[in-house]
Design a protein. Structure first.
Ligand code: F6P
Length: 323
């Protein structure tokens, strides 16, 4: 193995730069030349390649975003797009590809690997934390901490004005960010796609809170919740309790940026080293993850979207702590 390519694909997540640094430095340590691909699979199709050295990744471990830039490529979903990408990799003499991506990007890698002989290694990143084969994907820890800090700030102003806040967090179809963040901010209720949104229960929680003179109430809503998100839920609550002051805050892309937490930097660094180790030991077409603190290699074809399992005890916890 003398020349590899690395890219970041899909929505960005804090910790991508830490992982890029780890991949490049580990590859150079082992005498492997590293080519960076700009703009994800779109850049691969267009041959937007450049050579990386140890200096290219200096002083980036603490930075959000991705120095390689990213894209959600529609073209790579087509056989024609993947054929063009293969020709570009061949022309550049690339012997293996390492992609840091979410479930969509890893599925793209799987389809490519089924047709072409270049080996792939995937590394999981997504603030949604919905990829099988790893306890945590790069970016989730930072996103939850960012959301937590934002909601702490909202709690201050909610308290001052005796106001109810509905805060919507990201996660696409996953409630992972909402559940974890909601617990960490002491939310009165958490609504996620994995559980049934029972508004009668929410009304009871509010009445219970007011009866003991709570001066603020926070409801954390996952953007994918089946009741339709924070605006839709707040509207229904306003119809029931028109006398109360309510506000909605959509945290949005603020959760995708910022300096990665210590946990994300360490995870990204460990997965980068493990990915190069996997290549050197002859593994191919796998995703490297970490489960219970141990590195785990999962064939790309077995990597699927993971659904958050909500047990009755997890739901009860929210009820107990919001009295
Ligand atoms: O998958 C990460 C994520 O941030 C989701 O939580 C969100 O639904 C989506 O990406 C937003 O995508 P975009 O940046 O394309 O608007």
């Amino acid at each position: 193995m003398s020349k590899i390519a690395i890219l970041t694909s899909g929505g960005d997540a804090p910790g991508l730069n830490a992982c890029i640094r780890s991949l490049v430095r580990t590859a150079i340590f082992h005498g492997i030349k590293t080519i960076g691909i700009h703009r994800g699979y779109d850049g691969m199709i267009e041959g937007d390649f450049f050579e990386m050295d140890a200096g290219t990744v200096s002083n980036i471990i603490q930075k959000g975003g991705t120095i390689l830039k990213s894209s959600r490529s529609e073209r790579f979903k087509t056989p024609e797009g993947r054929e063009t990408a293969f020709q570009q990799l061949k022309k550049a003499g690339i012997e293996a590809v390492l992609v840091i991506g979410g479930d969509g990007s890893l599925a793209g890698a799987k389809y490519f690997a089924a047709t072409y002989p270049i080996p792939w290694i995937g590394i999981p990143k997504t603030i949604d934390n919905d990829i099988s084969g790893t306890d945590y994907a790069i970016g989730f820890d930072t996103a939850t901490n960012t959301a937590m800090q934002a909601i702490d700030n909202i709690r201050d102003t909610a308290e001052s004005h005796n106001r109810i806040y509905f805060v919507e967090v990201m996660g696409r179809n996953s409630g992972s960010i909402a559940y974890k963040t909601g617990i960490s901010v002491g939310a009165e209720a958490i609504y996620i796609p994995e559980t049934n949104t029972d508004l009668e229960h929410l009304f009871d929680v509010f009445e219970r809170g007011w009866s003991r003179k709570k001066s603020s109430l926070i409801v954390v809503v996952a953007e994918g919740d089946e009741a339709g998100g924070a605006f839709a839920i707040s509207k229904k609550v306003k119809e029931k309790f028109p006398q109360f002051d309510m506000a909605v805050c959509i945290l949005g892309h603020v959760q995708r940026g910022g300096s990665p937490t210590c946990n994300d930097r360490v995870l990204a660094t460990k997965l980068g080293v493990a990915a190069i180790d996997a290549l050197l030991s002859g593994q191919k077409n796998i995703m490297v993850g970490e489960v219970k603190g141990e590195i785990l290699y999962t064939p790309l074809e077995n990597v699927v979207k993971r659904h958050l399992e909500i047990t009755p005890a997890m739901t009860e916890l929210i009820d107990i702590l919001s009295i």
